[in-house]
Design a protein around this ligand. Structure first.
Ligand SMILES: [Zn+2]
Length: 801
């Protein structure tokens, strides 16, 4: 079997109603119908496993909470569960005074009587009787003529009328009567009218207000487009006698998927009341969804008199009681209905929110209503208890707007448009590669990683450890910082900072007409990174004490190829201080620019016109060897560096090697080398005696001496081997590291004498070394200085003591 090439041989089209002057198409749907929930009856009977009494109670209470005033609670004659459920509501007084319960009964005497027993003692009851009126049912199912069909309805309506009198008298119950010509939409319109007129007469009690008789006109099966149903309803409304004494009720099913449309058009056509179910449960394709109808009205600015402020609670009740899910794309309730995946939608929503925030601020100031007007969102999700979290979700179809929205919502960062495009590519590439939806966490983590924001985990190769901006304030379009306060604009700014470059600290300086250009200058001088800023923007996040500055920078290569489009690299920075956030943004962009390419060896400029001085040279040694050189040693070393660098520049590695060679630091190939060292206190004074095993040109020997400390004792031990005075001018030491791994670094400046053409001449030299033992470190430093500079007598040199 398959679809027919000509379905007209199998299916007949509906017969349109000839209603030449129909009024409904030009009406608007602007009044709230009476709602009846038939979840507990029509909905329940459609379930694979009908609800238990407990489930019905939970559902009933929820319907009350939503604001339903008419609830069809059961078909009591059909099942004991329904009968006893109805009784329990009444006996336990669970029905609020302003709520009418409705019960369904077929037109059969015993079942009608049983139905009355079920509702005995209730306050407000609608007895709902039905019989099928369409030709198919008359001719095939019941084999009744039209007259017999009318008789059946009339006879049983009379019975209902008698019983309502009886029960009213006995229990004080207020009764209303609802009659359904079942299969109304498939019934000849004139016959439906005829049978309803007969029922109204038989009832004999139709009046105004609560005494109106309810004619429920079901689309038991939806067989035609919604306009046809509207025609049928308008025809009925215009022709039923004493219209003011009737309530015309709709009961649309959803076989063609247009139940909601049918209900809305039929309301335009004059109907007063709608029967349906929450989220459209019900036989086959379901009853009309009352949530959709109610919220459709709500978005027209009309309160539907039903409250779905907590739509998730409704979904939960339906799941729990019906064991049926709500489709993810079900109007209003589905989990995806406020979600935009596509880029253009996200972009529009993001812009919509921004524009609306402005519009609302203006309206608030003028005390005007805050009108909701958003692209793609007909209702504010907040109104039905949803938040904006789910509004924008990201997959490979998503665009920059949505991603930018998420970054803004969750990191507070409002990227410039061009940066959005760059970051969007990162996410799109990730989403394509992993073929899945990007979570919030994916996006924020990718942002941090891409722009090196949010702690050490996200650091790039270059990290700004500390900085200082000095110089007079200037005004520059790129560097409008708080330093600007109307000073003369021709002052320069200087950047002094420490960068970690691939984990090694480097001290850098630069000049420019603002902090950012001074920083770029430093990167150019020290790292050969020559970039300029193409775009810069900033904004604050938060206010008061917690306010932060966010900056965004796009850098381009400063040397541009003529006529070529320049590639740009983006960066973002966040700091409590606006200058800091700008510098961090530049560094973030620079990190993206350098990627993993090799950086040039860092060079210090040490020529006579150099910017670097002794302190810079010392910083290098501090960063590479962790040595904190004493000031005079800094000066000494700087001079040595200048002498050793005829080109006026020296690399960091060369500088470190030079330091070690100059001061014997950790060099183990010196002509004088300490092997072993013991020291004793003599008596109870300050005097110490040392005995040191040393290698002299590879030959082991022991020297001894006394002094008031290890250094003077060693000097005393060496005195016999040196002509002239040998004294310590400066000694200093500091520890390196902490705890068990701590070491001592020592620096010794020695003054010694040489013979220069018979004249003694005093000279000085430095030694430096390191050891776990602080005394040993001092002795090593001293011996290094001696070994490298001090001429010793040959008897020691030759090892002949
Ligand atoms: Zn139904």
């Amino acid at each position: 079997m398959c679809m027919l090439s000509d379905p007209s041989v199998k299916y007949r089209p509906y017969t349109p109603l000839k209603l030449a002057d129909r009024q409904w198409p030009s009406k608007t749907h602007n009044s709230v119908p009476i709602w009846l929930s038939t979840d507990l009856r029509d909905g329940n009977q459609a379930l694979a496993v009908p609800m238990t009494a407990d489930q019905k109670r939970i559902f009933f209470d929820h319907l009350i909470k939503c604001g339903f005033k008419e609830i069809e609670v059961s078909y009591p004659a059909a099942s004991d569960t329904d009968f006893s459920f109805t009784r329990s509501l009444i006996d336990n007084k669970k029905i609020p005074d302003d709520v009418w319960i409705q019960v369904l009964t077929p037109a059969r005497e015993d079942l009608i009587r049983r139905t009355f027993e079920a509702v005995a003692g209730a306050g407000h009851v609608i007895i709902h009787m039905y019989n099928a009126t369409s030709p198919m049912f008359r001719e095939v199912v019941f084999k009744n003529t039209k007259a017999e069909t009318v008789d059946l309805a009339v006879k049983h309506t009379k019975l209902v009328a008698r019983l309502t009198d009886e029960y009213s008298e006995k229990y004080g119950t207020k009764f209303r009567y609802e009659y359904s010509p079942e299969t109304f939409t498939q019934t000849e319109p004139e016959f439906a009218l005829e049978i309803c007129e007969a029922v109204k007469s038989a009832w004999g009690k139709a009046g105004l207000g609560i005494n109106r008789i309810i004619f429920n006109l079901p689309a038991t099966v939806e067989i035609a487009p919604p306009n046809h149903y509207a025609d049928q309803i308008e025809f009925f409304c215009r022709n039923i006698s004493e219209r003011e004494k009737t309530i015309v009720s709709l009961h649309p099913h959803n076989d063609r998927g247009t139940a909601a449309a049918a209900a809305e058009l039929a309301c335009m056509a004059g109907a007063d009341r709608v029967e349906g179910c929450i989220f459209g449960n019900g036989e086959r394709t379901g009853n009309v969804d009352l949530v959709t109808l109610a919220l459709n009205l709500y978005t027209q600015g009309i309160h539907p008199k039903l409250d779905f402020s907590d739509i998730q609670a409704c979904i939960d009740i339906v799941n729990q009681c019906n064991d049926l899910p709500v489709h993810p794309r079900h109007p209003y309730g589905g989990e995806l209905v406020f979600t935009a995946f596509s880029g253009s939608h996200q972009d529009a929503i993001k812009k919509g929110f921004e524009a609306q925030a402005k519009r609302h601020a203006e309206a608030r100031a003028k005390d005007e209503p805050l009108i909701w007007d958003m692209p793609y969102l007909p209702i504010d999700p907040m109104d039905i208890g949803c938040d904006y979290e789910a509004v924008i979700r990201v997959n490979s179809q998503s665009g920059k707007g949505g991603i930018a929205y998420i970054v803004k919502q969750h990191l507070g960062l409002d990227m410039p448009r061009k940066m959005q495009i760059t970051f969007y590519k990162v996410i799109q590439e990730m989403s394509d590669r992993e073929a899945r939806e990007m979570t919030l966490d994916d996006i924020t983590t990718a942002f941090r990683r891409s722009y090196h924001l949010g702690g050490a985990n996200y650091d790039g190769r270059l990290v700004l450890r500390s900085f200082k901006i000095s110089g007079e304030p200037i005004l520059d379009p790129i560097d409008q910082t708080p330093y600007v306060d109307g000073e003369a604009p021709d002052e320069r700014r200087r950047f002094d900072g420490t960068l970690s470059v691939d984990g090694v600290f480097r001290v850098v300086h630069g000049d420019g007409n603002g902090p950012l250009s001074a920083f770029l200058d430093a990167l150019k001088i020290h790292l050969d990174i020559d970039l300029s800023i193409r775009e810069y923007s900033e904004h604050t996040i938060g206010d008061g004490k917690n306010a932060k500055a966010a900056s965004y920078v796009e850098v381009v290569e400063a040397k541009r190829e003529p006529g070529q489009r320049q590639e740009g690299w983006w960066g973002a920075g966040l700091d409590t201080d606006i200058a800091g956030s700008g510098l961090r943004a530049v560094l973030s962009a620079v990190n993206n620019y350098i990627g993993d390419r090799a950086l040039p060896e860092l060079k210090l400029s040490v020529g006579f016109t150099a910017r670097s001085g002794p302190a810079d040279v010392a910083s290098v040694i501090l960063n590479t060897l962790q040595l904190d050189l004493p000031r005079r040693l800094q000066a000494h070393f700087f001079e040595s560096v200048q002498r050793a660098s005829p080109e006026g520049a020296i690399g960091y590695d060369a500088l470190t090697t030079l330091f070690k060679k100059m001061y014997g630091f950790t060099i183990r190939e010196l002509p004088l080398l300490l092997q072993k060292f013991t020291m004793e206190h003599l008596g109870d004074g300050e005097v110490r005696s040392i005995s040191a095993t040393v290698f002299i040109n590879g030959q082991e020997m022991v020297i001894t001496g006394k002094g008031n400390g290890p250094l003077s004792a060693v000097l005393a031990a060496l005195a016999p081997y040196h002509d002239g005075a040998l004294t310590v001018r400066e000694y200093s030491e500091h520890s390196i590291g902490e705890g068990a791994g701590v070491k001592a670094a020592s620096y010794v400046e020695l003054v010694y004498t040489i013979d220069e053409g018979g004249q003694p001449r005093r000279l000085s030299c430095w030694g430096a070394d390191i050891d776990e033992d602080i005394s040993v470190s001092g002795v090593k430093a001293l011996l290094n200085a001696v070994a490298l500079h001090v001429p010793l007598r040959s008897k020691l040199v030759n090892g002949a003591v």
